[in-house]
Ligand binder design. Structure first.
Ligand code: BTN
Length: 332
């Protein structure tokens, strides 16, 4: 019912909607209207109550409330089911639990804060309250488990396209799944899968985007590595609209991948890559070496020409890009 009241207020913009009108349209008492308005105010909606005129919605809270996401979402099915939490340990963990319990395909878990956000290679992910978009997408694809890791590259494309629509932001993808802005980490993606031989039960694609986090949000040792959209944006943006844009991109890419395979998705990935053509340091589980990143193959693996001229494909591990201006200096 609250959502319908919000819809009425939204639709009438700066014009007041009377309590009587709301009560008539929704067939509820005036007292019920008043109570719902109080709840909305407690959730952070700024609603003016104007004597003899009614209610005006002045401001929407900076929260990823499902009703706000649904009011902006333009997908056919992705993100239509939303699990929203103010605080979770990890949206991926909750996503896996919900998937095991049989949640719908395309459900998203959205959290304002994560107490124990997870990164790749058993690292953590700092997720301060309302200063990022910390979310997980549950997919139940019919393609083979071998294809699942390609979803990480697909998610990176969906995100980079959306963040780059914000004026002032020019981010790029570092293989396989980091999105960098001015050489610092803006986005991390962690894909987890539950599968049997030849069959995926579900994939959980966890995406963390720093939107408004500041150096104070990070421990000393990682402060210099992270960046937020707000650091570069030259126009206002909202987390809700950005999330909806990402979901729209993701749905489109996923439908293409399911129909035609990942080749078109990888074409897009190449356009946004800051890894290809660069000198890189590859830190694989068993060996570290230098070379030039040449391409990604049909599996999404990074193809590297080593300094001795031989070719290699990076399956797992970390890749650092060697900055052009500091060939013997640090790697990002
Ligand atoms: C990485 O770059 O190491 C991956 C970071 C992934 C972070 C996101 S935030 C939402 C989701 N929930 C988690 O616990 N992790 C992912």
């Amino acid at each position: 019912m609250r959502n319908r009241i919000l819809e009425l207020l939204r639709a009438s913009g700066s014009e007041a909607v009377s309590g009587e009108e709301i009560s008539r349209q929704l067939d509820i008492s005036r007292t019920a209207v008043w109570k719902h308005i109080q709840t909305l105010k407690n959730e952070g909606y700024e609603i003016d109550s104007l004597p003899k005129r009614g209610y005006v919605l002045r401001e929407i809270p900076n929260r990823l409330y499902p009703q706000e996401i649904l009011a902006h979402l333009q997908t056919k099915w992705l993100g239509h089911a939303i699990c929203y939490e103010d605080l979770v340990d990890s949206s991926n963990n909750l996503g896996k639990k919900l998937a095991n319990e049989g949640c719908p395909d395309g459900l998203i878990v959205v959290a304002e804060e994560q107490g124990a956000g997870k990164g790749r290679l058993s690292r953590g992910w700092i997720s301060p309250h309302a200063k990022g978009i910390w979310f997980s997408i549950i997919l139940k694809p019919s393609f083979l488990p071998e294809e699942a890791s390609k979803c990480t590259l697909m998610a990176a494309v969906a995100v980079v396209k959306a963040v780059n629509k914000i004026k002032g932001v020019k981010a790029a993808i570092k293989w396989p799944n980091d999105i960098l802005l001015n050489g610092k980490k803006l986005v991390g993606i962690l894909t987890e899968m539950n599968a049997e031989f030849g069959h995926i039960n579900h994939i959980v694609i966890g995406i963390g985007i720093n939107t408004n986090a500041t150096p104070d949000d990070y421990p000393e040792e990682v402060k210099h590595l992270a960046v937020s959209i707000a650091d570069a944006a030259t126009e206002p943006f909202t987390r809700v609209e950005l999330l909806c844009d990402i979901l729209k991109n993701m749905e489109e890419l996923y439908e293409v991948a399911c129909k035609e395979g990942f080749v078109p998705v990888f074409e897009e990935w190449r356009k946004y890559s800051c890894t290809l053509g660069q000198e890189v340091k590859v830190i694989a589980p068993d060996v570290t070496y230098f070379g030039t990143a040449v391409d990604i193959d049909e599996q999404g693996l990074l193809v590297v020409r080593k300094t001795d001229g031989t070719m290699d494909k990076v399956v797992a591990g970390d890749v650092s890009i060697r900055p052009a201006a500091a060939k013997n200096g640090a790697y990002s």
